[in-house]
Design a protein around this ligand. Structure first.
Ligand SMILES: [Cu+2]
Length: 161
């Protein structure tokens, strides 16, 4: 089969570009530690309020025996509960969030805390905030008319509590 030399050149260019893009993606995923969510725990979103991990009494920030922190939150139209969370700087934090109704997201700018909250699943983020300060937490998945008002506050406090 005859392939024109110009065509050969373009086949070569597109193969090199594909390899380059995949190599770049692999490099950035490894060096910036970007990976798909590894936690695919299921939960019945209709029964969150009836008890268990995401019942009202269990929401909020807790310190674990090893000094790390656990945060349990609910995302619902149109807010995150609790509305304000405060955690210490440079401390490992496990955040677990479930949605009460539809698809939401949660994002704290200038940190790596950013996840989708899919109804029926628990979203888990393990992170350490390295800069103290006040961060807004907002929904980044359009969830309805009140989406713009769906936000709360994350406070990363300087001192160890
Ligand atoms: Cu939302």
């Amino acid at each position: 089969m005859h392939i024109d030399s110009t065509e050969k050149k373009w086949i070569y260019i597109s193969v090199v570009m594909t390899i380059g893009i995949v190599a770049l993606l692999t490099f950035s995923a490894v060096s910036f530690n970007i990976h798909p969510p590894s936690n695919v725990e299921k939960i019945d979103s209709n029964r969150l309020h009836l008890g268990g991990e995401f019942s009202e009494d269990n929401l909020g920030v807790k310190q674990n025996a090893d000094g790390s922190y656990s945060v349990t939150m609910i995302a619902a139209r149109y807010g995150f509960y609790p509305q304000r969370i405060e955690v210490p700087v440079n401390t490992p934090i496990k955040i677990r969030i479930a949605s009460f109704d539809v698809l939401h997201g949660i994002h704290a700018p200038f940190t790596n805390f950013n996840t989708m909250i899919v109804p029926g699943y628990i979203s888990e983020v393990n992170t350490t905030f390295t800069k103290a300060g006040e961060y807004p937490l907002f929904c980044n998945e359009f969830c309805g008319l009140g989406h713009d008002h769906m936000w709360s506050k994350l406070i990363v406090s300087e001192a160890e509590k």
